[in-house]
Design a protein around this ligand. Structure first.
Ligand code: NAD
Length: 483
């Protein structure tokens, strides 16, 4: 890809070719830090999506037959090229998404780790032999499900796609990806890398669009697509689940969260503050597993709030490419409006602003890191994902109350808590209603562990030894007449 500045593909990628939209339509991609237009990308619709699906359908017939070791080799090469190009890819991501460069580098390494992991998993599509009646032998084999439609969000433009793509192609599936309209450039860069790594034409396709409903409709109404894997809001997940019912497509859904971070009275407070800072301000709070509600035991609430406010106020806000910046811009103006609405509502219900609370003096979509104390469980911020740099503190006075507040949400993606008491650690970890629990730790994402939620946060798991199952079907074969 060569030099850093804008040397990445801006056309869509279908059947191994870089293509424009049929009617030549395009839409602009802006840098959220300053509104500057970075590129124009094709604005595709149903016809182009259908072609991508057909290409993936044809490629599937060959890709599923490739020996696992050959698939593994290509997967590993994709991860290696990503790491060789880490600096370019990170720079591109910061330009289109806004996150600080160090976080972008981390996301590229995280995305690459899925290719490395699934390069190994690829060889473990084991089946089974089941004891049966004496004249029969019962076998189970695992086979790739077919063409996969993958729809991804803007907050992790590389990793959310990488962990779907790596698992799907490891399983022997082929993919039509539709990246978010705000950040398609990182997906196109990944397509270019897959091409360099020798992934055959049609195995991975990227359709760019700012008419997501049209592309989503084709992906779900086209019977060639056997699997929909989606990461994004619960609202859109629900629409896709309904649409996927037409052809009974298998679905994986990585949806919204509303993570609690509980600080018990026996917590190591400094460790809890450090964990809270990481879990709250990464990507300016625009993370599905961001801590959204800080539930703190009344006996330590004031001290925790003071420490968190001091640490928050010290974070540098600015353009993600600037050295030392910890918090970049929010993705777009409506995101800032939501943050303001949540703060105003909490304050109207009695919350106190300990630090921040306003748009940052840099203007545009920059917002101050904000800590609110004395927040009511009735507040909007308690019930909805804020997706911004706001830490609301809600105090509780017993373990039961803390646990009850943590689970008082229909979402169940991640939860965190801080405690030094082993019995309590097991009690709480087992009772939290979420797919992932961080105990004295908020940095929980890794390719080797299962990522996913319960309740309104989704269906299925990504990564880990379970991740490939989402793209495989089990076939039972009964061999009779064996005497
Ligand atoms: P979103 O649901 O608005 O968009 C996600 C994707 O869906 C985008 O590609 C968008 O273009 C597409 N889309 C929108 N309407 C569609 C339709 N009718 N048919 C088909 N596709 C459609 O979400 P977002 O704002 O991009 O991302 C933020 C949300 O994603 C948050 O709720 C966050 O918690 C969630 N998220 C979840 C995870 C997870 O792993 N659980 C990870 C990251 C983000």
């Amino acid at each position: 890809m060569g030099s850093i500045e804008l040397s990445f593909p801006t056309q869509a990628y279908i059947n191994g070719a870089w293509v424009e939209a049929d009617q030549g339509a395009s839409f602009p991609i802006e840098n959220p830090s300053n509104g500057q237009v970075l590129a124009q990308v094709p604005n595709m619709g149903q016809a182009e999506t259908r072609r991508a699906i057909e290409a993936a359908g044809a490629a599937f017939l060959l890709w599923r037959e490739r020996p696992a070791l050959e698939r593994a080799e290509i997967l590993r090469r994709i991860g290696q090229i990503m790491m060789a190009e880490q600096e370019c890819l990170a720079h591109l991501m910061t330009l289109e998404q806004g996150k600080p460069l160090a976080e972008s580098r981390g996301e590229i390494a995280y995305g690459a780790s899925y290719f490395d992991w699934f390069a190994d998993e690829c060889r473990r599509g084991y089946g089974a032999i089941i004891p049966g009646p004496s004249d029969r032998r019962l076998l189970v084999i695992q086979q790739p499900i077919g063409v996969v439609g993958a729809i991804t969000p803007w907050n992790f433009p590389n990793a959310m796609l990488a962990r779907k793509m790596a698992a799907a192609i490891a399983a022997g599936c082929t993919v039509v990806a539709k990246p978010a309209e705000l950040t398609p450039l990182s997906a196109l860069a990944l397509a270019e890398i897959s091409q360099q790594a020798g992934l055959p034409a049609g195995v991975f396709n990227v359709v760019t669009t700012n008419q997501p409903a049209q592309v989503g409709a084709e992906l779900t109404h086209n019977a060639l697509v056997r699997k929909i894997t989606f990461t994004g809001s619960t609202e859109v997940g629900r629409i896709l689940l309904k649409q996927a019912s037409e052809h009974i497509q298998k679905c994986s859904m990585e949806l919204g969260g509303n993570a609690p971070l509980i600080v018990f009275e026996d917590a190591d407070l400094d460790r809890a503050v450090a964990g809270a800072i990481a879990a709250k301000y990464r990507n300016a709070g625009q993370v599905c597993i961001a801590a959204n509600r800080f539930l703190v035991h009344a006996s330590v609430a004031q001290l925790f709030a003071e420490k968190l406010a001091t640490a928050s106020a010290a974070l540098k806000v600015g353009d993600g490419l600037e050295p030392g910046v910890a918090i970049g811009p929010l993705i777009e103006p409506v995101a800032v409006e939501k943050v303001e609405r949540h703060i105003a509502d909490a304050v109207a219900r009695g919350a106190k602003i300990l630090t921040g609370g306003n748009r940052h003096k840099l203007g545009h979509t920059f917002f101050e890191p904000t800590v609110l104390s004395n927040v009511s469980p009735q507040a909007l911020i308690f019930h909805e994902e804020t997706f911004g740099p706001v830490a609301p503190i809600i105090s509780f006075s017993s373990e039961e109350e803390g646990l009850h507040l943590a689970n008082a949400t229909p979402f169940g993606l991640a939860s965190y808590f801080y405690s030094q008491d082993l019995a309590r650690i097991f009690r709480i970890a087992e009772k939290l209603e979420s797919g992932m629990v961080g105990v004295n730790e908020t940095s929980i994402s890794t390719a080797v562990a299962p990522f996913g939620g319960v309740k309104y946060s989704g269906l299925g798991r990504e990564g880990s030894l379970y991740g490939m199952e989402e793209y495989l079907e089990k076939k039972y074969i009964c061999l009779g007449g064996i005497n």
